[in-house]
Design a protein around this ligand. Sequence first.
Ligand code: NAD
Ligand code: WQD
Length: 379
Amino acid sequence: MAVGTVLVTGGTGYIGSFTTLALLENGYDVIVVDNLYNSSKVALDRIELICGKRPAFYQVDITDEAGLDEVFAKHPEIDSVIHFAALKAMPCTNLAINHAQAVGESGEIPLEYYRVNVGGSISLLRSMEKHNVTNIVFSSSATVYGDATRVPNMIPIPEHCPIGPTNTYGRTKVMIETVITDQIEAQRRKNQKAGKPYEQWNGALLRYFNPCGAHPSGIMGEDPQGVPYNLLPLLGKVATGEREKLLVFGDDYASKDGTAIRDYIHVLDLASGHLAALNYLREHKPGVRAWNLGSGRGSTVLEMIKAFSNVVGRDLPYEVVERRQGDVLDLTAHPALANKELKWKTQLTLEDACADLWRWVKNNPKGYRQDPPAELLEA
Ligand code: NAD
Ligand code: WQD
């Protein structure tokens, strides 16, 4: 019998697919809902190849409340939701021309970000309420903190660091955290009053730092539909020769080598963090809690280029250009709360993430649009 049944929104996407895999590997049944806006159903094939199980799948948009209602009605066994589905592409549309002045996508089409991210989350919560599903794990982001190096400097960042997102995308995350918190508190008050304290709503707001890496098998990884924006996928493209060089956005930050610092976390560690949070909600029924999911270790852009160059076996070319608008000096997590309460901490290193990413990129230059090499499938 399954440990539980989880509805995963955005379950064919990058982090959602790895979390779906981890859930199936740990005895959960999984129902995936995704509109495939930034992903492909091939992710489900790869999950099945790796663990021998396949989640149920529904191509539904999270803003379609009736569509969500149908899924919940069809699966009354769902007891929890992990909510990944969102718009998160942040490329500057004119990146190649002038990245410094460009506004990220969320700043160019804010209404679409608020409609999908905030509106979609409200539809999901409404549907959960109708179907009496009371546990939600939400994909938040370290972006909610904005610049934590302001006075007082709060690096490494604890959960009580003041919130201050610097872009529309980050503001959608703060709004969704607020909507979830208000809903959970209202439901808990209602259930207390009705003498049903055991029917409590619970929520985990997971603030991820910089997810990266791929599955060590080399057959599952990040496969966004458009142009990549994040540092490691771009380094992958430089390594395969698809890009001539990496543009390093600024070397005049107050760090040891002048480049910005981030806390890179392997996607397998991130997936296990979701399991830990879900188990915590089910066991402790804590109401709503925020946890940072990061390693606690910061790396500069130049250190990342070096780490990735090491696994590729040659120096990858780069050129320092001006800072990217909206970037901050340092986003490094203080993960002590998650370490203690969730009994979770990162297990994999930066070198693991780079090696796994390189294995994925080198063997699957077209991502999920081509079959992986036979030797990887046989392994
Ligand atoms: P992703 O784009 O790979 O996954 C998101 C998934 O949601 C995709 O499969 C997409 O098709 C789906 N989706 C988008 N709009 C939808 C809609 N209206 N209805 C149904 N499905 C929809 O992104 P990811 O990197 O896996 O991110 C997952 C979550 O984690 C997102 O909420 C993102 O904001 C958050 N997050 C990501 C990062 C990161 O750097 N990757 C960092 C912090 C937080
Ligand atoms: C990392 C570092 C860049 C590309 C973003 C979102 C954040 C979260 C994670 C969703 C920075 C530098 C990058 C390049 C570079 N996503 N860089 N050249 O900006 O920390 O976070 O993804 O929640 O919200 O903002 O990640 O990978 O883009 O950048 O020098 O070509 O690499 O300036 O210092 P970021 P990133």
